[in-house]
Write a protein that binds this ligand. Sequence first.
Ligand SMILES: Cc1cc2nc3c(=O)[nH]c(=O)nc-3n(C[C@H](O)[C@H](O)[C@H](O)COP(=O)(O)OP(=O)(O)OC[C@H]3O[C@@H](n4cnc5c(N)ncnc54)[C@H](O)[C@@H]3O)c2cc1C
Length: 453
Amino acid sequence: MTRHVPALVVGGGISGLVCAYALQKAGIEVLLVEASGRPGGVINSLSRDGYLLELGPQSFSGTAQLRSLCAELGISDQLLEAPAKAPRYVLVNGKLQAVPMSPPALFTSSLVDRSTKWALVRDIFGKSVPPEDDESVADFVRRKFSDQLLDRLVGPFVSGVHAGDPEKLSLRSAFPQLYEAERTAGSIVRGMMRLAKAKKGPRERPALHTFREGNETLVRALASKLGSTILTGTRAAALSRENDGAFLVSLEGGFSDSLSARSVILATPADVSEKLLAQLDPSFQSLLALVEYAAVAVVSLGYARKHLGHSLEGFGFLVPRSAGLRILGTVWNSSLFPGRAPEGHALLTSFVGGATDPAAAKLNPEELSALVRREIAPLLSTESAPSFCNVTIWPRALPQYNLGHANRLASINKNLLRFPGIFLTGNYLRGPAIGACIEQAFAGAEEVKAYAA
Ligand SMILES: Cc1cc2nc3c(=O)[nH]c(=O)nc-3n(C[C@H](O)[C@H](O)[C@H](O)COP(=O)(O)OP(=O)(O)OC[C@H]3O[C@@H](n4cnc5c(N)ncnc54)[C@H](O)[C@@H]3O)c2cc1C
């Protein structure tokens, strides 16, 4: 039996949930199908043995749009904001050293040498022009600043945000603001200041946030607004176009009939969207298959506070690849937010793998927890075993905004013009962060509304 629905969202991660919510709010009848047994995708909070941990994203930037969504959903009072001034550390010369958080702080920091500081002065007072060709993050930092800045600060930051390889990541796709700053002002510092001034709307609070009961609070609130609109355990298996221009989606699992929809919004990872779109036009395959993903293992360890020699005051630390460790970095969750660990204990979450170490996420959970324990022990002055451990391996954790991304996106959008009624949203398009996914999902819903009108 085929059921008709005006709009069908495929995928119930944050992108699909927000898109379906925005459509429902606009009065458009919508259905969301989610392959797994729960909505939320990679957003997954777990309470165990007195610890509250995040198996995927640890926190999110409190963008104005995200905070306004929380207000609408009635969950603003559950938001927690990390201390804005919490220091971040980077491992240099075997020691955790505080990261300078502004250009003036970089001038006084011993983390970078004189020639890097001079390069900063040249940027502030000089003028440079970005190359026409897509430039990697690494080439950009070498051209504008220095190898040292790339190794000690930018590379670790890139691991922290994208789990990416700076030699492959496209500056204009992964860090569009930096590219725009240089393009419009001829200087990163002047351009960034100009962009901040020009930004309209309520002041952004880029501080990191979570919810009292974990990131999943946002998922639960959206799911409760959507109610029976969500069909979990239901996988979209095939997609075809009908004679009247609507799309037929065959489903497997809980609701195993077909659905016919005038608008289909694919909020699925690139490989799934690729398989579905290739049924409409095989050329989607070559475009979407090129979006690489990095695997990441998330290792959460709990220690009795008295067994750790470090104060753990701050956000945590990042590890330059030149340090020779396999961990990319460690977040000190219980230093940032209350209620993450039992009294007298600390929760530390480390990340292993990423685009520069694909073999790491192929280790088994025991090997991964042993590796993390071994690597963080000297940094946090502990010889004790953790009293709590959880390992989550994400074989396709984060999409990589690698060189050529903008062109690929343009070709995908051009192909989509031949299939009015098909829309894409998700973390592999214009930003992987939760705030960016929410922004794209709202924008996608606007396009669907315009099409449905
Ligand atoms: C380890 C990790 C750490 C991260 N850290 C941060 C962080 O600190 N801060 C931050 O802002 N962001 C972070 N991110 C990124 C951010 O969490 C994700 O980019 C975002 O949540 C992705 O949402 P999504 O809805 O686009 O995709 P997903 O969450 O991947 O959701 C896609 C959904 O589609 C479903 N699906 C797949 N195939 C089908 C099908 N055929 N039919 C129906 N449903 C299907 C899947 O089951 C899934 O639920 C992190 C991500 C990971 C993995």
